[in-house]
Design a protein around this ligand. Sequence first.
Ligand SMILES: NC(=O)C1=CN([C@@H]2O[C@H](COP(=O)(O)OP(=O)(O)OC[C@H]3O[C@@H](n4cnc5c(N)ncnc54)[C@H](OP(=O)(O)O)[C@@H]3O)[C@@H](O)[C@H]2O)C=CC1
Ligand SMILES: O=C(CO)COP(=O)(O)O
Length: 315
Amino acid sequence: MSISVLGAGAFGTALAISLAQDGRAVGLWARDPGDMASARENTRRLPGFAFPDSLTVLEKIEDVQTSDIILLAVPMQKLAGFLAENATLFQDKTLVACCKGVDLQSGLGPAEIIQRSCPSATPAILSGPSFAVDIAAGLPTALTLACEDGEALQAALSTKNIRLYRSSDLIGVEIGGALKNVVAIACGIAIGAGLGESARAALMTRGYAEMQRYAALKGANSDTLSGLSGFGDLTLTCSSAKSRNYSFGLALGHGDPLPEGTTVEGRATAKAVSNFAQSANIEMPIAQMVVAVLDKQLTIGQAVESLLSRPLKEE
Ligand SMILES: NC(=O)C1=CN([C@@H]2O[C@H](COP(=O)(O)OP(=O)(O)OC[C@H]3O[C@@H](n4cnc5c(N)ncnc54)[C@H](OP(=O)(O)O)[C@@H]3O)[C@@H](O)[C@H]2O)C=CC1
Ligand SMILES: O=C(CO)COP(=O)(O)O
């Protein structure tokens, strides 16, 4: 089966490199390829990793039509527009969303967005703990691939270094990847503001409880969040300065200038899930505090006070 990756940011490029390292023919498309085709490297988004011979930089997006499997690696808030613009190219394809988040405008995750824009396509979600640089460097990684009847897809996308576990719970898998970024921002804020590692552990655990509440209302399988795409990615993202979400929180907590021009998915997703929590009347205080701090409605001190003064309850 032929594979293409659309969106040549750090992650799309890393996945294309890993898949092509195994000798598969892989197409990589960027809206602005720069010198990628001649340099055989993505010097702007993932410098230092040479393209294997079997990776082709696609000249135009229409070239994707020869592929059966298409990995979508554009940022989450761009996914709906991107699919709407190119829907005719994607009929009957397997579309694997690699982005993590909830669309702010619609409140939907990638699986439903794919279903709405491209009803004849088969949606799949690739998620789990993995930094693009680790994948590109060939370091061992385990991820979750969610798809109905996904065995052939699992085989097609597994590589020497990426071990894929299969799931049929698309909603549960995408929710883990989306919401862990919100908790990672909260954890970064806590560490950046000097609140300590015990506070981070509390935020991770209570953040996980918020993820479970949200997932249950969205109809996810209750076990899915304990896997790679939930617990696994939460652990990685809340504890590593390689994470852009965590680093964004660190800068915010420390009062440093915020990183610009990087994809920090948790910002918009925090707003999307807070809106949902309000309308569904469920408690997601950590997500709501992240939004309040981002929007400067509360200082970090006021947000901490608000979290600590909530009514006492059973765990
Ligand atoms: N980086 C990582 O370690 C991981 C990332 N992810 C997820 O992958 C997704 C992408 O992240 P990542 O690759 O890191 O992001 P980057 O910030 O590295 O790159 C984003 C890429 O998307 C392109 N892009 C933006 N808008 C559009 C559009 N409308 N049409 C086509 N291309 C577009 C950008 O193009 P241009 O360069 O022209 O601006 C850029 O190449 C995110 O959802 C992220 O959560 C998941 C796991 C790991
Ligand atoms: O999703 C990721 C790790 O699994 C990457 O996290 P960041 O987007 O925070 O860098």
